[in-house]
Design a binder for this molecule. Structure first.
Ligand SMILES: *[C@@H]1O[C@H](CO)[C@@H](O)[C@H](O)[C@H]1NC(C)=O
Ligand SMILES: *[C@@H]1O[C@H](CO)[C@@H](O)[C@H](O)[C@H]1NC(C)=O
Length: 430
């Protein structure tokens, strides 16, 4: 076996519902969970820092002998389940198989068995003369991760999304052409709720790129497509959601068309706002905000890196134009974050309409460092501190970001480094 040299490239980042835990998945099939430290009297400055809590191998490379295909171990998505008891549960998926993991803590162990010793060996029964009651003794905290369910063999194409329903009992998984609905407790059966596969594959004109459940209405889900459209489905209306309830699509502006618009308009991510009122989509050049009550056009459009328009030809040649950038809302839905090239990421304030370009770098990740806004200059005179479009590094891209659900803390994955920026304490992890 060759060890994949890029196995530690981070492929997904996800906070749990209170933000105390943060999980990352990587190309090598590993999941790393970080936990936010509580403030202690001894180390008041440690407050809020995220430290590694547990690391485990979620997926292994596999080979599909029937189709002669290698199945990568890369983790495409992680989703936390709402916590119901002391343990935590999360779903992780690669291209084909979804797994449910239980993460639990142990800080006590039973001692004083009657028939076996502390190492588990059977005692010589002739020495057992009294009956004793086993007791729980404290021990060093241990985090145990155990696989609880494996949801396999339901996807012919590559899984791009998983989303846990607000009913806390079901979740969906979406691939290029189909969406399946699962019960979290049942692994041998799923229901196909969306199927856009044409009878004749030569007539294929669009694929599903992302899908998500509504945060509060368990019957509503949205999926995005490579044609730039969003379809809202209502599972109450029909079990098979082939007929969407609403189609969100921007009317085509003939003057705005350009050679690569079919590629750049493909939606790479869709996210409901926490309130459930809006949806945000990311395509190659923009982020758009849609109101669930208005299908005809987005209510807001933000340019992420418009200066790349003149570079699309070379971005096509080096395949960057197919990069799938994600997007995130802040806890109150008033600020939007999404990634760009050169380890830059962008933030848009929906109220003030201010936007900023920030950089994930070692320099910025020192404790108490202030994130300095960066500027990209397009032609003309370049001022000090500005960077020219021509010197942007397209190998350094920020595809995956996550925002703490209630605080001003963000997690930014830059290749194999995870940066966590928060008010006062910044950190970088490898
Ligand atoms: C997130 O993780 C923290 C830390 O273990 C836990 O206290 C909290 O209940 C979790 N939140 C949810 C909603 O799962
Ligand atoms: C979201 O951003 C706005 C503007 O910076 C800020 O006022 C608000 O507190 C943020 N919300 C959360 C939950 O962090």
């Amino acid at each position: 076996f060759l060890v994949n040299a890029h196995s530690d490239i981070i492929s997904t980042v996800e906070f749990n519902h209170t933000g105390e835990l943060l999980a990352t998945g990587d190309k090598g099939g590993r999941v790393v969970i970080f936990q936010r430290e509580q403030e202690t009297k001894k180390q008041p400055h440690q407050q809020g820092e995220y430290n590694v809590y547990s690391t485990f191998q979620s997926h292994e490379p596999e080979f599909d002998y029937l189709k002669s295909l290698e199945i990568e171990e890369k983790i495409n998505k992680i989703r936390w389940l709402p916590q119901q008891n002391a343990a935590h549960f999360l779903l992780s998926t690669n291209d084909k198989t979804i797994k449910l993991w239980k993460v639990s803590e142990r800080d006590k162990r039973p001692e004083g068995y009657n028939l076996k010793d502390e190492e588990g060996r059977l005692k010589d029964l002739s020495t057992v003369t009294v009956l004793q009651v086993p007791v729980l003794k404290p021990m060093d905290l241990m985090v145990e991760v155990t696989p609880r369910r494996i949801f396999a063999n339901a996807h012919t194409y590559h899984i791009n999304s998983i989303s846990v329903n607000s009913d806390c009992e079901t979740y969906m998984s979406a691939d290029d052409l189909r969406i399946n609905l699962w019960h979290l407790g049942i692994t041998d059966r799923s229901f196909n709720i969306v199927d856009i596969k044409p009878v004749d594959m030569e007539e294929l004109t669009e694929v599903i790129t992302a899908a998500e459940f509504h945060p509060h209405h368990c019957n509503l889900l949205v999926y995005s497509s490579s044609k730039g459209t969003l379809r809202l489905c209502d599972m109450r209306a029909a079990a098979l959601c082939d007929k969407h309830a609403k189609l969100f699509e921007e009317p085509e502006d003939p003057s705005g068309r350009f050679f690569f618009s079919e590629i750049t308009s493909s939606v790479s991510d869709v996210k409901f706002s926490h309130s459930g009122r809006y949806m945000m989509t990311r395509d190659y050049l923009t982020v758009k905000v849609w109101d669930l009550n208005m299908e005809t056009k987005p209510i807001e459009t933000y340019q992420v890196h418009d200066y790349l328009r003149s570079k699309l030809c070379s971005l096509y040649e080096n395949d960057c134009i197919f990069d799938k950038f994600e997007c995130a809302w802040n806890g109150s839905d008033s600020v939007i974050m999404t990634g760009a090239y050169n380890n830059f990421f962008r933030m848009f304030d929906r109220n003030t309409k201010r936007d900023v370009t920030l950089e994930a770098s070692r320099e910025n990740s020192k404790p108490r460092a202030i994130l300095k806004p960066r500027k990209v200059c397009t032609g003309g005179k370049r001022r000090k501190d500005e960077i020219s479009v021509d010197s942007l590094d397209f190998n350094k891209k920020i595809l995956h970001t996550a925002w703490h659900p209630t605080e001003n803390i963000i997690a930014v994955a830059a290749t194999n480094n995870l940066y966590i920026f928060q008010d006062k304490v910044n950190s970088e992890m490898h």
